[in-house]
Design a protein around this ligand. Structure first.
Ligand code: CAO
Length: 433
């Protein structure tokens, strides 16, 4: 029987995505849950699994195409589950009787979410496509016509679509910002023309991936919108490190990794409970502060595609053991492109730990509409004057950036001190709660 595999529901707010790569070919024998396309939405990139096993007899989408929930991606002959020796690609589906085609029920969000996290044998890295050279900008004829009517050179417009494809919105946005002289673009760059860099040497232009574009727009927006202050402090984690080494084995047996990040998740959730302003957002329209009663903490994860911030929910209610297992799982899922848009939503605070890589200190950018973010740098042994003598202590550098519109400097210093004390004397944490 021929079955249609359709794009399942992605999340409440996402109803379509761009095909980054088609992962199967006509004639392939695929297994149930095997990834068939890599899809990019405004929120994330992930692979769509097939709910049916069989032979791929038709591919209905193409790289770069925007597809909607419910749209047929491929057709599969479910009666063929093993490759015949020296098999030729099967006849296209048009050759089959129409009545043989039975749609597969589109899984709901839950089913889809479960399916998306299933592993595929192999991880493919999406091809980075070179930006079209000037004169060969990817755009629909109607968009070119619009640019001509507005007197815009379409090659100057930065396309937001796959492989830099220029949309009508891009042309309008470009024109609007040109006319109004609007300073910063959403990405934060000032729209001054760039010099011709090729006059100084060889250059290569590459289209931004959707993820890079989103990071650029979000960090640019936050930088322009939020008056940042960064507060620095250091925590003596000598004792905590002993605890980490002692209990790390047990956590490993349970499938997690006990790290500074997983301990900090717990400490930060308690700090947020004690200082509700740090778990809030500002509504400047209504002139209100929105206090969140949930403690969902995003953790910045470094991936080959760029920075992604999956969110761990209800951190306050979870043990360090649970958080260690969850963080290990979600970081792996993020790096393996199994993250769904929903995994990236709903954070109320963020932790960015660069300590595994190195560096003494950095100032993280607030992840708007949140109001604070904790930066963590590498813990190092330092000579510290303690109890009348110089001692070797393991010191963890911390940097808290916050939105000065809602958080005053004294609040920032108190919040960070609270975290430092909780790391240095964890029993205080228990006493305070
Ligand atoms: N100081 C010293 N060592 C640290 C450390 C710190 N602050 N943080 C982590 N480490 C160590 C860990 O203990 C581990 O050592 P071992 O392998 O010997 O046990 C090693 O560094 C690697 O840690 P990890 O990365 O596996 O684990 P983690 O839980 O600390 O971090 C995660 C998880 C996802 C936060 C991290 O992997 C990551 O991606 N960090 C980058 C975040 C980032 O890009 N931030 C920038 C955002 S702004 O552009």
């Amino acid at each position: 029987m021929i079955k249609e595999v359709r794009l399942p529901e992605i999340s409440e707010k996402v109803d379509s995505g761009d095909v980054i790569e088609v992962l199967v070919s006509i004639g392939d024998i695929i297994e149930e849950e095997q990834s068939i396309v890599e899809l990019e939405t405004d929120k994330a990139t992930f692979e769509v699994p097939s709910p049916a096993a069989g032979k791929v007899v038709e591919i209905n989408v193409d790289t770069g195409q925007n597809i909607k929930v419910g749209q047929v991606i491929i057709k599969v002959d479910t009666e063929v589950t093993e490759a015949a020796p020296a098999e030729k690609p099967s006849a296209p589906v048009e050759d089959k009787k129409a009545e043989e085609t039975a749609p597969i029920e589109v899984p709901g969000p839950k089913a889809e979410k479960e399916a998306v996290v299933k592993k595929r044998g192999e991880t493919r890295i999406p091809e980075v496509k070179a930006a079209p050279s000037s004169g060969t900008v990817a755009a629909a004829p109607s968009v070119r016509q619009l640019a001509r009517e507005l007197g815009i050179d379409i090659t100057s417009v930065r396309g937001s679509g796959p492989a830099g494809r220029v949309s009508a919105e891009d042309v309008k946005d470009y024109t609007k910002r040109r006319i109004t002289g609007a300073g910063p673009a959403p990405s934060g760059e000032v729209l001054k023309p760039l010099p011709d860099f090729s006059q100084w040497g060889e250059i290569e232009r590459q289209a931004m991936t959707n993820i890079r574009r989103i990071i650029a727009e979000n960090t640019g927006y936050a930088w322009n919108m939020v008056p940042h202050v960064t507060q620095y402090d250091e925590a003596d984690i000598t004792m905590l490190e002993e605890f980490r080494k002692e209990y790390g084995v047990k956590v490993k047996e349970a499938g997690g990794k006990l790290t500074v990040s997983s301990i900090l998740l717990k400490v930060c959730a308690s700090a947020l409970k004690a200082f509700p302003k740090f778990n809030a957002s500002l509504d400047m329209d209504s002139q209100e502060i929105i206090y969140k009663k949930y403690f969902n903490i995003g953790v910045a994860v470094d991936t080959e595609r760029g920075l992604l911030v999956p969110v761990i929910r209800d951190v306050y209610k979870k043990s360090i053991l649970q958080l260690s297992i969850e963080l290990t799982g979600i970081a792996e899922k993020t790096r393996n492109k199994k993250i769904t848009p929903e995994d990236l939503e709903g954070g109320s605070f963020t932790i960015s730990n660069l300590g595994g890589i190195g560096g003494t200190d950095f100032s993280p950018i607030v992840y708007w509409p949140q109001v604070a973010i904790l930066g963590v740098s590498r813990a190092v042994d330092k000579p510290v004057y303690l109890d009348g003598q110089i001692q070797k202590r393991l010191m963890l550098p911390l940097s808290l950036s916050y939105d000065h519109r809602i958080i005053d400097g004294a609040d920032g210093a108190r919040f960070l001190r609270w975290i430092v004390e909780a790391l240095e004397q964890p029993f205080i944490l228990a006493l305070k709660e």
